[in-house]
Design a protein around this ligand. Sequence first.
Ligand code: BG6
Length: 504
Amino acid sequence: MTETAVAAQENPLAEGLRMRRPPEPFALAIFGASGDLTQRKLMPALYALVFRGLLPESFGIVGVARTEMSTEEFRERMREAVTEHARDEFREDVWQRLAERLSYVAADFGVKDGEKPLAAALDELDRTAGTAGNRVYYLAVPPKAIAAIVTALGQARTASGWTRLIVEKPFGYDLASARELNDLVHEYFEEKEIYRIDHYLGKETVQNMLVLRFANGIFEPIWNRVFIDHVQITVAESLGVEGRGDFYDETGAMRDVVQNHMLQLVALTAMEPPIDFEAEAVRNEKVKVLRALHTPGPKHVVRGQFGPGFIEGKPVPGFREEPGVRPDSETETYIAAKLYVDNWRWADTPFYIRTGKRLPRRETTIAIQFQRAPHPPFEVEEALRPNVLLIHIQPDEGVSLAVGAKVPGQGVSIRTVHMDFLYGGAFRVGLPEAYERLILDCLLGDATLFTRADEVEEQWAIVDAMVAPWQRDRPHFPNYAAGSWGPHAADELLHRDGRSWRRH
Ligand code: BG6
């Protein structure tokens, strides 16, 4: 048995990331290696994979950024990052296994021959670390830096093994720029070599949506307009912009979260059963939903921006007071919208979505609200409460079904109770971080949980349609206090339809 297999067998946690065949040897170049994502997510995820023996014996990782830094300094920084952010305990032996394969190259891809030092470092890994010419380029860089890197990498493509390109979101700024970026990337890379990341798809609970729907016989027959009154999807964060003021001021909630994470959640909730769980089958079904998706008009899209307020009793500044944000910024930090999926399954069934920064707490949920009982024979108001299937994406990961139950005692008194499945209680293992799953999938050449070119373009088409009216109407910002559940208009959006957001 190889060392890797032994480690995996001894470590039951490896089950959490199902042990398929081990990845082939590879050299991974991380662009944006001095950035926040590398420290908070990528390096801790790589550490978790080494911890579980899920990486092959032969691999090398090269951090790339413009900042001058030695390999020793880079390793030291990454060690701190892992100590601070990894979900596992820090183990010196595990760290050393990762650290000895880490190196750093300072490079500027914006200048002529800027890619040469990296190419040399990767070739060196092929010779010394047995990485067999297999390349993964991870672009954890701001959108404006992508084009130069892709062009340089593409023009210099010589590797003898396979090549894969991981691109972080946001992929473009609108439909036109996403198309341009797709065209550029396709000049040098085939679609099957491109892995557009949406880390929501790497979340266990998001994937469980597919298992819940398609591995259980009881849901699918009622998963449609006849039995479901509407769907509510919430991605709430209590965090603000966390030192990313400049980025966020240019991006806003629509492009940061709705275009990718939320539309993925809508697609997974609404899609038809795929014929198998292969990349093309799953993505084909999601694309069909995105094509059928529309918002009925500008008054069904609500935007907001937080002003000063309180989070957990502590005062916090408004968005416009955050470092890096323009003092007269009209960027939205909150979106609520009503969407329809125009097909046989969902016609006239609203999907209400909402997301925001500086809301009272962190919560991502999908609530499927069923139709009321048609004729409850009990004359109590509670008997009219609809059943709700609540999928807790995070935190408190699990699924809960709200049903009416008789309160013990004389007469009929009804109360809503919950049938709960909690991940923490049902499974012994902790949940893997999304990035662990996604990096491993890419190393295995499995693109199922990555966004395809046509999918990302459909997402942008929906976003473009939603933001187009904003050019005419100036917002009255700020319009919600930090620590509140968003602007009043978001409540009105549902009240107009005789509905309301789930109680908090
Ligand atoms: C990122 C956004 O994609 O997702 C952030 O850029 C946001 O603004 C984050 O905070 C939310 O991710 P998670 O996994 O914490 O729900």
